[in-house]
Design a binder for this molecule. Structure first.
Ligand code: AMP
Length: 443
């Protein structure tokens, strides 16, 4: 089967590898010359991924029978709609269904209208006066979010990024006047306390098939310090849970995702594709932080490295309907992913620098390599402003997988930065202890 994959990051490299593993001939549309995708795909086009007309034309010219879109930007401008209309079934949501990510106000309203568990207190405000009234109502224990897409960088948490009411008002006024995220609208929401985790699910408009839970690390520096980033690394545990996450809590989060898919169907916005649920595990169980209308990056690299079912078939079923739990099996292994990023990533990335990646040596260490936002030119790999290479280890234990990644990292050089603390025992033990304390239990 011929399949189109859109996007040029490590998430998309993982998607392309999973498709190729299941026998698909992959054609790719991407903006950067990602050497991993270029090598595995039968053909590729360097193009602005938001240019629906050009991507659809390439898909038709390549004779693809199915498409998968990696990033959220193209979904927001209706790429899945364009592909579907051109007769190419697409395992990614339409513009309308993708509002679950592209409009935080839509998402919060949906949860509250359908009384879905995991909903939290929030207010949607369009003017400084409404913001002030909402702050009086909700108090200062809040998070300020532009309603639209900001690449994870528009969210400001009181107590971390903002301190006083004046700070909140000043940031709110900036979002409203500059239309940060694309519109003059803010979601103000209750600040949650707990541990964050991600569940991704394959959805066919009606049913959801959940994947193993993953925990990402958004902060740029060790010890969860520094600016928020797209994600510095992630891990998963062989039983599908996480050291601090119990079965009943995982099940409660999956139920929330099922309810969201059912609600979207009722809204005539059937959700087809991978759905990403970001949850805060609180004293009262999992609460919704956000949904993404796609795989997470880096989380896609964890789950797709573990998937031992036919990914093309899964994508076909997401697009056409009829998915069931039998379609998606995962190895009973743990996984760790660490991102190699350019020096300065999170504030001012050092772009255009050569990095040397000894793939042969890394494979010998047992690691899997996914190229991200890099460009290959004359056999050399150069950084951009975004993340460079995702390194994944798969093993029985998180500790072993982490060691695999660290051994492999010795074979990457250049002006790079890595968070070595991700998935190390001390960090995991601290998370378990913190979560037990929040639950009111002793360790
Ligand atoms: P988002 O772009 O919505 O995922 O937000 C980025 C980050 O901000 C999340 O990963 C959380 O760490 C934090 N965050 C977002 N919403 C909340 C909330 N309601 N309470 C506490 N932290 C939050």
């Amino acid at each position: 089967m011929r399949v189109l994959a859109v996007g040029g990051g490590a998430r998309e490299h993982a998607i392309v590898e999973a498709l190729a593993r299941s026998g698909a001939e992959v054609f790719a549309c991407l903006k950067n010359n990602n050497p991993g995708i270029a090598r595995t795909a039968k053909g590729h086009l360097l193009v602005d991924e938001h240019d629906v007309h050009k991507v659809v034309a390439y898909a038709k010219a390549s004779g693809v029978e199915l498409a998968v879109v990696g990033p959220e930007g193209p979904l927001e401008v209706g790429l899945a709609d364009g592909l579907n209309k051109a007769g190419i079934p697409t395992a990614s949501p339409t513009q309308s269904a993708a509002r679950i990510e592209t409009s935080k106000s839509f998402m919060r309203n949906l949860l509250s209208r359908y009384r879905i568990k995991g909903a939290i207190k929030f207010a949607i405000v369009d003017t400084p006066r409404e913001l002030e009234a909402a702050l009086d109502d909700l108090g200062m224990n809040v998070v300020v979010k532009p309603t639209g897409l900001t690449g994870g960088k528009g969210v400001k948490v009181v107590g971390e990024h903002l301190t006083t009411k004046q700070d909140v008002m000043a940031y709110g006024e900036e979002v409203l006047s500059k239309k940060i995220g694309g519109s003059a609208r803010i979601v103000l929401e209750e600040k949650l306390v707990g541990e964050e985790f991600t569940i991704q699910a394959f959805c066919d408009g009606r049913r959801t098939v959940p994947m193993p839970a993953v925990q990402d690390h958004k902060r740029a520096y060790e010890g969860d310090n520094g600016p928020n980033t797209g994600g510095m690394g992630s891990y998963s545990q062989k039983d599908g849970l996480l050291p601090f996450l119990r079965r009943a809590e995982y099940d409660a989060a999956v139920e929330i995702m099922n309810d969201v898919v059912a609600a979207l169907k009722k809204e005539n916005a059937e959700y087809r594709g991978a759905m990403y649920g970001q949850f805060m595990l609180t004293k009262e169980g999992p609460k919704v932080i956000e949904f993404n209308a796609r795989f997470g990056d880096p989380e896609a690299m964890n789950v797709l490295s573990l998937l031992n079912s036919d990914f093309s078939r899964i994508c076909e079923k997401m697009a056409h309907g009829g998915i069931s739990t039998n379609d998606a099996g995962f190895m009973a292994k743990s996984s760790v992913c660490k991102y190699v990023v350019p020096e300065g990533y999170g504030t001012k990335s050092l772009a255009g620098e050569e990095i040397r990646v000894d793939e042969v040596a890394m494979s010998r260490e047992g690691a899997i390599i996914y190229y991200a936002s890099v460009n290959e030119k004359d056999g050399k790999v150069y950084t951009t402003t975004s993340r460079s290479v995702g390194i994944v280890g798969v093993s029985d234990t998180i500790a072993d997988a982490e060691l695999t990644v660290e051994r492999a990292l010795r074979h990457v050089s250049g002006r790079i930065h890595v968070r070595h603390d991700i998935a190390k025992k001390d960090m995991l033990d601290a998370k378990v202890a913190r979560m037990n304390k929040i639950r009111g239990e002793h360790t």
